[in-house]
Design a protein around this ligand. Structure first.
Ligand SMILES: [Zn+2]
Length: 144
């Protein structure tokens, strides 16, 4: 490993897609979040722009999405999105802050359907991992 990627947006973005087979990953970042609205026409979440938000004006619910950067056993890095259902893991990782880096997680989908719920377990084990800077990446998620 050489050089630093701090501050650069790396493309393409790869998102971890949980499956019924549990995957063990190591957190390479703390937890970040962003607030958005699901746009049924665009078929994707659009970031809430706050006071002048057209979705808020139409009383559409704001949904928070938590994002963490993880490293798979092969060394590949992925972004992983968590929603309210993973609240226990989110709370734990949020409390850990920067100490999340190096925490091992086990992630699995509770079924074969892509809509089956996903369980995230924070294992009480750590690993050495190079910190990944994703703050800028997360700051552009959901931008029009
Ligand atoms: Zn809004």
């Amino acid at each position: 490993m050489s050089g630093s990627t701090s501050g650069q947006v790396e493309l393409p973005l790869r998102w971890l897609k949980p499956s019924a087979e549990p995957v063990s990953v190591v957190c390479a970042t703390r937890v970040y979040y962003w607030d958005g609205h699901w746009d049924t026409v665009l078929g994707r979440a659009i970031r809430c722009s706050g006071s002048d938000c057209a979705y808020c004006d139409r009383a559409q619910a704001v949904e928070r999405r938590w994002v963490i950067g993880v490293k798979r056993p092969g060394g590949e890095r992925f972004l992983f999105e968590m929603r309210k259902r993973q609240r226990a893991a989110i709370d734990l990782l949020t409390e850990l802050g920067e100490a999340s880096v190096g925490q091992r997680l086990s992630i699995r989908r509770e079924g074969d359907s892509p809509t089956s719920p996903v369980t995230v377990s924070v294992l009480s084990m750590t690993a050495t991992v190079e910190r990944w800077e994703i703050e800028k990446l997360v700051s552009v998620l959901g931008r029009a």
